[in-house]
Design a protein around this ligand. Structure first.
Ligand SMILES: [Zn+2]
Length: 152
């Protein structure tokens, strides 16, 4: 998790975006260790996602939360679909180092591309070549304009 966070900081720094880690909470939610994410479609979440994303202790309204889990059902590296007003994502602990930045990218409004040099590759972040992966200028603009990011 620390490695994923450091990797996200590295990639976002190339876009002039600083990422701060504000708080950590260890949750004991055994039935959500393998969390049902359905089709993992933005704007559509399962009952298990609603329950999981209800956990936002010590987190501001616009803060992004990552829930580390053993697996998603069906199996993905992560999933950025989240309940309205609870920005965040699920990431599998064994996912690639780039998964956290990729999923938070989705939360901030950027989408898949078919290019394994880029963070938002839709081909799986384990397949990223030439690390650190790129954020292109149009993606940076979207990240900066997201209501969830703010000027330093
Ligand atoms: Zn994705």
């Amino acid at each position: 998790m620390n490695e994923q966070f450091a990797a996200m900081q590295d990639v976002y720094a190339t876009a002039g975006i600083r990422v701060d880690w504000s708080t950590t909470e260890n949750l004991s939610l055994s039935t959500l260790e393998d969390v049902d994410v359905g089709g993992c479609t933005m704007g559509s979440v399962t009952a298990e996602q609603i329950t999981l994303f209800g956990n936002r202790n010590f987190v501001g309204t616009n803060d992004l939360v990552v829930y580390y889990v053993r697996s998603t059902v069906p199996g993905y590296n992560g999933c950025a679909a989240h309940p309205s007003g609870r920005p965040g994502c699920v990431v599998v602990r064994t996912a690639s180092r780039w998964t956290l930045g990729h999923e938070f990218g989705h939360v901030l409004g950027i989408h898949h591309v078919n290019n394994n040099n880029r963070l938002m590759t839709g081909n799986g972040t384990f397949n990223i070549t030439n690390p650190p992966p790129d954020l292109v200028s149009t993606e940076v603009t979207t990240l900066l304009n997201s209501g969830l990011s703010r000027p330093i």
